[in-house]
Design a protein around this ligand. Structure first.
Ligand code: ATP
Length: 238
C-alpha cells in the first residue's frame, strides 16, 4: 500500500529576476521515506528547502507538508518538523546544553520535561559527554550534531535537513547517517539535500535529482540502482 505523502509540491517555482532557482517542481515525499534531494551547488536545493519551511515564498505553485498548505498554515506544520537549514547558529560562550535549553524554551513544546528532552537529544547525537562545554570549543562536526540535536527536540514527524553532513569528518558523517536511519526506523520521515550521490546512496530510499532548478528524476533508489548506466546525473562543477 502506498504511504500518504508527507511533502507534496505542484508546479513549485521560485524566480529571482528572470532566473528560476526552482523551476516547476512536483515533489513527492511519502511517509517513512528517506528522501535525498540531489543536485550540484547552485541547483536550487537551499531555495527548495527554505520554501518547504515557509521561509521563502514561492513565485508560483503549491506546497503541502504534513497535510497542510505552506506557507499559509505553516504554524500548524512547524511544530511537527525538525529543521536544520544552514551552518548551525549557536552561542559560542554557552554550553551545548544551554543552547538547546534556549532553543527548547523558545520552541512550541511544553515547558515541562525540558531537562530530559535536552539531555536525550544531546545523547542521541553523541554529545552527551561534552554537553557542559562551551560551544566555541566544539569542532564543526560537533556543531553540526548540535544543530541536529536542536532539530530533534520536538520529536518531529519530519526532518528537513539541508546538507546535514557538510563539514563533518568521515566518522561524524557515519554517525549522522546511522542516526538518521535509526530515527527513520522509529517512524520519522527524512528529507535531506546533498550534492553528493554517494551520500544519498548510503542514506536514502528515494532520490530526487535537481538540475538547474528542475526535478529531472524522482525514483526509489533501488530502481535507480537497477538501471545504473542509463541514469546520467549531470553535475556541472559549481
Ligand atoms: P548551494 O549548495 O550552493 O547552496 P543550492 O543548490 O542550494 O546551492 P540555491 O542556493 O537554492 O542552490 O540557489 C539556486 C540559484 O538561485 C542560484 O543560482 C542562486 O544564485 C540563486 N539565488 C538563491 N537565492 C537568491 C536570492 N536571494 N537572490 C537572488 N538569487 C538567488
Amino acid at each position: 500500500v502506498d504511504q500518504p505523502l508527507v511533502i507534496e509540491t505542484r508546479g513549485l517555482t521560485k524566480r529571482y529576476g528572470t532566473r528560476a532557482a526552482v523551476d516547476d517542481v512536483d515533489l513527492h515525499v511519502a511517509q517513512g521515506d528517506r528522501y535525498g534531494f540531489l543536485g550540484p551547488n547552485g541547483s536550487g536545493k537551499t531555495t527548495m528547502v527554505r520554501m518547504l519551511l515557509g521561509l521563502v515564498f514561492a513565485t508560483r505553485g503549491e506546497i503541502r507538508v504534513l497535510g497542510h498548505e505552506v506557507p499559509k498554515e505553516v504554524h500548524r506544520v512547524l511544530p511537527r518538523i525538525g529543521a536544520m537549514v544552514e551552518g548551525p547558529a549557536a552561542y559560542g560562550h554557552l554550553s551545548g546544553r544551554a543552547n538547546l535549553d534556549l532553543l527548547d524554551a523558545s520552541g512550541p513544546g511544553p515547558r515541562t520535561g525540558r531537562r530530559r528532552r535536552v539531555g536525550e537529544a544531546m545523547e542521541r547525537v553523541g554529545l552527551g559527554g561534552v554537553d557542559r562545554r562551551p560551544v566555541r570549543t566544539y569542532s564543526l562536526g560537533m556543531r553540526q550534531r548540535l544543530g541536529l540535536a536542536g532539530a530533534l527536540l520536538s520529536r518531529p514527524d519530519l526532518l528537513v535537513l539541508d546538507e546535514p553532513t557538510n563539514g563533518l569528518d568521515p566518522h561524524g558523517i557515519r554517525e549522522i547517517r546511522e542516526l538518521l536511519i535509526e530515527l527513520n526506523h522509529e517512524g520519522t520521515t527524512v528529507f535531506l539535500s546533498s550534492h553528493l550521490l554517494a551520500e544519498i546512496e548510503a542514506l536514502c530510499t528515494t532520490v530526487g535529482v535537481v538540475d538547474r532548478g528542475a526535478l529531472v528524476l524522482e525514483k526509489p533508489l533501488d530502481d535507480v540502482r537497477r538501471s545504473t548506466g542509463r541514469v546520467v546525473l549531470s553535475t556541472p562543477d559549481a
